[in-house]
Ligand binder design. Structure first.
Ligand code: GLU
Length: 138
């Protein structure tokens, strides 16, 4: 089962989020990722353990007081780095994490591809962040 942790406040978000993801590890998962907003939006994600994600971000910019993290239990698309959450929108301005299944994702995806969207994962989830951006811009 997957898990979501999010933080907004006066403290650095990353240490709080990674601790929260570690506390959710008992639920089972196949990959983990975080998005941190600090002016720009940074997304880091990795297949494997929360500790693999933590090793991966070492030396990278993880500063920011707004963020969210996810542990994924794959339903659509194999467990790998690119299918891990968060997923970015076309412009990279939006990121999404999601638990569950979007039943009608394939028809939405087909429509968005016609509208010029390019997808970077095999997940149902990514469709939603593209749709949100498309609605936001149009
Ligand atoms: N359906 C989504 C995926 O396969 C979310 C899975 C989950 O709940 O972790 O990426």
């Amino acid at each position: 089962m997957c898990g979501i942790v999010a933080y907004i406040g006066h403290r650095e978000a990353y240490p709080i989020i990674i601790k929260g993801l570690q506390r959710l590890e008992y639920r089972g998962y196949d990959s983990a990722g975080v998005a941190i907003l600090n002016g720009d939006l940074k997304v880091y994600k990795k297949a494997g353990k929360v500790s693999d994600l933590h090793d991966f971000v070492k030396g990278k910019d993880i500063t920011g007081k707004i963020g969210m993290g996810h542990t994924r239990w794959a339903t659509h698309g194999e467990p790998n780095d690119r299918n891990a959450h968060p997923h970015n929108s076309q412009s990279g301005k939006f990121a999404i994490i999601h638990n569950g299944i979007i039943e009608n994702y394939s028809s939405i995806k087909a429509e968005l591809i016609k509208r010029g969207h390019t997808f970077n994962s095999d997940t149902d989830t990514e469709v939603l962040v593209h749709l949100i951006e498309d609605i936001h811009e149009n």
